[in-house]
Design a binder for this molecule. Structure first.
Ligand SMILES: Cc1cc2nc3c(=O)[nH]c(=O)nc-3n(C[C@H](O)[C@H](O)[C@H](O)COP(=O)(O)OP(=O)(O)OC[C@H]3O[C@@H](n4cnc5c(N)ncnc54)[C@H](O)[C@@H]3O)c2cc1C
Length: 471
């Protein structure tokens, strides 16, 4: 802090990556930070916990992309970047019946890095590959304005307008859309798919994927929380925010918790899932500000994560796997990808089940049976005689937010219309929506907006004293 500046008190609500990142920036700038998390575990959608057997259960399968940036900086600062294990740069699509095809990136300047794989791919015919080749310049060379305009269309509409093969839609882009946002091409905005594809195509290395070396709690969330605690952040779990307390000027004076406690502060960062945030926003703010009214347009997508433990090795693959056939568009054998989970070479498959709407009310056994049938169908020979020793199911009714056409322009920035209130979360405006990178970037931006307001004295009238400095 700079001489003469006073230490401000900031409450961050929500202990996912967005809240953790915001808290770190603010405490590093010298301020008093309290972080409130409703659950007993931190990490939100990246949380993990031990079950009665001592096995880690994950909220969902998480991979890092080479294109990420701010989460890597955070991890380097905390000293945990090396917990990411980068895998061979290849996308493997596994198919019903046991066939597969790969897209392998070569160490050539972009976009030449894709040429060898296009030549070598035998699954799609040459006329099919040419339909994609003709559309590639649109994806690679178009401006952000072009991507933004495509937010009016679904990806399926865009794909067919470009004349790209239907087989590629079904076999390549369906699992990609489901892996990205858990919704299929007829429901996802074209902008989302094109933006991600553009980043991957323009930059060799952007689509490289990495896994944590162990549970998210041990290798990511726990170390970040320990770093925050060391720096003096007060972290309260089991602390559910129920209501905002407003002052006479209509600004936020405090947060009332479910147990009746109050957390008072000079400024607030709400790093919550939208449906939880909506419960805290007073009705008059929704009437007065489109910023808050627009939040009603964000619908959480249901997703299921299934984890299956096996008595022997099933896949033999140490990487992410895609599947266009069945209900598990993306999955991985954590027994191979994640050293802390390795048990004598036996497989432990974590699968994203999507679209999950129609499976959500099935009981766990029915879901596991379906996932197992899909695994058997893509590994017909390797699954003969294999037994499942344990299986778990995690359901998230509102996970990421459905990126339907037209939603993008409604995304909130991190600076709310209320002078001492900042909003963070993977769904807020930044580059990588609903991702770990996006969550960290949004937390950084919310903290930066708060610090900037303080520096320019826009917050000077709030609370008793308010003068913040940059890090
Ligand atoms: C199944 C799945 C797989 C995914 N895979 C990937 C992937 O491979 N790569 C990737 O980059 N991203 C992935 N993501 C996305 C990524 O996990 C999220 O975008 C990111 O973690 C969101 O972080 P957040 O902090 O914005 O929100 P959250 O993680 O939702 O955090 C919000 C926090 O607020 C807390 N909270 C809620 N209500 C209250 C309240 N009233 N008071 C106090 N606290 C409250 C919640 O408990 C939670 O801890 C995946 C998501 C899911 C669901």
């Amino acid at each position: 802090m700079q001489a003469g500046e006073q230490r401000a008190r900031v409450v961050v609500v929500g202990g996912g990556l967005a809240g953790l990142a915001a808290a770190r920036k603010l405490v590093m700038a010298g301020h008093e930070v309290e972080l409130l998390e409703a659950r007993d575990v931190l990490g939100g959608k990246v949380s993990s916990w031990c079950d009665a057997d001592g096995d880690w259960i994950e909220s969902g399968l998480h991979v890092f992309f080479g294109a990420y940036d701010e989460i890597f900086t955070l991890m380097r600062d905390v000293g945990i970047y090396d917990n990411i294990l980068w895998k061979q740069h290849v996308l493997r699509y596994t198919l019903a019946g046991g066939d597969h095809f790969d897209f392998e990136n070569w160490p050539l300047p972009s976009p030449m890095h894709l040429l060898p794989t296009v030549f070598r791919n035998k699954y799609f015919s040459w006329p099919e590959k040419l339909t994609l080749a003709r559309a590639l310049p649109r994806i690679v060379l178009s401006s952000d304005d072009y991507y933004e305009q495509q937010d009016a269309l679904t990806y399926e509409e865009w794909h067919l307008q470009q004349g790209i093969s239907k087989k590629m839609l079904k076999k390549m882009f369906l699992p990609m859309a489901l892996a990205l946002k858990f919704v299929p091409p007829p429901e996802i905005s074209a902008r989302v798919v094109l933006d991600v594809a553009g980043i991957f195509l323009r930059e060799n290395g952007a689509s490289r994927m990495g896994f944590l070396s162990g549970s998210p709690q041990d290798t990511l969330i726990g170390p970040i929380a320990a770093d925050l605690a060391r720096r003096g952040v007060t972290i309260r779990t089991g602390a559910k925010a129920r209501e905002l307390i407003l002052d006479a000027a209509g600004r936020v004076a405090g947060v009332r918790l479910a147990n009746g406690d109050e957390a008072r502060a000079d400024a607030f960062v709400l790093a919550l899932p939208v449906h939880q945030l909506n419960k805290l926003i007073p009705a008059e703010w929704k009437r007065e500000h489109a910023y808050f009214a627009n939040l009603a347009q964000f619908e959480g997508v249901p997703v299921i994560t299934a984890q299956l433990w096996f008595d022997q090795q099933v896949t033999g693959i140490d990487n992410i796997l895609f599947c266009p056939d069945g209900c598990i568009p993306v999955y991985a054998d954590l027994g191979n990808t994640t050293p802390d989970y390795a048990v004598g070479g036996r497989s432990r498959i974590e699968a994203v089940v999507a679209p999950a709407k129609h499976l959500f009310d099935w009981d766990d056994k029915a879901i596991i049976d379906q996932v197992w049938r899909d695994i058997q169908s893509v590994f017909p020979r390797r699954t003969v005689g294999v037994k499942i020793t344990k299986a778990t199911v995690v359901r998230i009714p509102q996970s990421v937010y459905w990126p339907k056409p037209g939603l993008n322009r409604l995304r909130p920035g991190q600076h709310s219309p209320i002078p001492n209130l900042y909003i963070a979360g993977g769904y807020t405006r930044q580059r990588f929506y609903d991702s770990m990178e996006g969550a960290v970037a949004s937390g950084n931006r919310a903290a930066a907006a708060l610090l900037e307001d303080a520096r320019t004295e826009k917050l000077a009238t709030v609370g008793a004293s308010f003068a913040l400095s940059e890090e």
